[in-house]
Design a protein around this ligand. Sequence first.
Ligand SMILES: Cc1cc2nc3c(=O)[nH]c(=O)nc-3n(C[C@H](O)[C@H](O)[C@H](O)COP(=O)(O)OP(=O)(O)OC[C@H]3O[C@@H](n4cnc5c(N)ncnc54)[C@H](O)[C@@H]3O)c2cc1C
Length: 457
Amino acid sequence: MADQKFDIVVLGGGSAGYATALRAKQLGFDVALIEKDKLGGTCLHRGCVPTKALLHSAEIADVAREGAAYGIQSSVAGIDIAGVLGFKDKLIDGKFKGLQGLLKANGITVIAGEGRLVSPDTVQVGSDRITGTHIVLATGSYSRSLPGLSIGGRIITSEEALELAEVPNKVIILGGGVIGVEFASVWRSFGVDVTIVEALPHLVPNEEESISKQLERAFRKRGIDFSLGVRFQSATQTDSGVTVTLENGTEYSADYLLVAVGRGPATQGLGFEEVGIEMDRGFVLTNERLATNVPGVYAVGDIVPGLQLAHRGYQQGIFLAEELAGLGPVVVEDANIPKVTYCDPEVASVGLTEAKAAEKYGAENITSYEYNLAGNAKSSILGTAGSVKAVRLNDGPVLGVHMIGARVGELVGEAQLIVNWEAYPEDVAPFVHGHPTQNETIGETMLKLAGKPLHAI
Ligand SMILES: Cc1cc2nc3c(=O)[nH]c(=O)nc-3n(C[C@H](O)[C@H](O)[C@H](O)COP(=O)(O)OP(=O)(O)OC[C@H]3O[C@@H](n4cnc5c(N)ncnc54)[C@H](O)[C@@H]3O)c2cc1C
């Protein structure tokens, strides 16, 4: 391949990079997308899609196990882990083929190879120089560990956990954030003894506190053990197991230790600093319009500090392409991006927590209401406990919606429209929600906050 010139060169073909490429191409730019591994990146191959496939297998195990409660004679004869992994891999294969076809059909030039930024307008791939009027950095993230804790053997990250060809007896999970609680949920449904170690006082600590507490109750009921508020000290492993010691001296032993303490930016050795790009602990700093300090160089996705979510990456990619086309797109703040944790029960939220809203507007200026799913027929049919909590500015818009319960991830679509359109509960209250659906819980919450509750107390 000879040296080539494009309008836009995107380095990294994950969610953020390929979304940038697709929207840019639609807007008439000539686009190159450089990928060293597989198009689709973490989300498709090692993140969102495989974890949700495992969670679906886990849900089927739970449904089969609980059949008797619904008058169905069913049980779980065993977990065929090869079958579980086969289902996951087939799903990924299909989506991977689909994505490759989509990029091809859109006329995007995909360049296979590892790229390195060698100047503000050039990425080198092997001996080829790919030049762009605009360069978009989208190299994504990797699983972090803690100082002194090396990954290997029985100490694994989510990458190895997704390929584990056995159902272990016992697992310790370091980190009670999204990835940690999702794996805890899968393994528990498969019959594994699970212990989560979280240094902060709650599971899913970035969520509304009352939702975290309900998740802890639900996990306890499911037999998932956890230690909160105590820090990890050390881990040792043998051929057959691993032992974890906490700072208070507590010891846990298990077959595996899953390290789920967050994801770091994959930016090391790619030439970004040498070109003068401002960085912070490996993250690429941008302004709110995703421009770095070096003219012509932009960044999207997990390498930009903030929420590390695939749909944030998509949105940033679309935003940036439109920005480069001069369309002046609207900035969506991280707080207004929906978050879903797909454990059982699910957790979903958008906007400010009650504590954050009180900090920003003053506790006396906000009102919140938490509707219990026990009052919702569809949730009772599904046998799920949980709640929907909304926070509003008094005589003002809804600032945040926070939910827990089976399938509440599917409700976050309406919640994000309410929050992002700055709707008042009074605006939403007249609209109708089908009965019996779990959507009604959002309607009931809005009716209550608008001062005219129907089933709410
Ligand atoms: C276990 C797990 C579960 C998750 N579940 C969810 C979920 O349910 N929902 C959700 O929204 N998010 C989820 N995420 C997060 C989501 O996967 C990421 O936010 C998303 O993939 C980030 O997209 P990205 O494009 O920034 O980076 P990535 O997807 O990491 O893509 C970066 C790409 O760049 C390539 N690359 C890197 N360096 C170079 C180079 N020098 N040259 C060429 N190519 C390069 C990489 O090979 C990779 O393909 C999950 C993550 C994990 C780990």
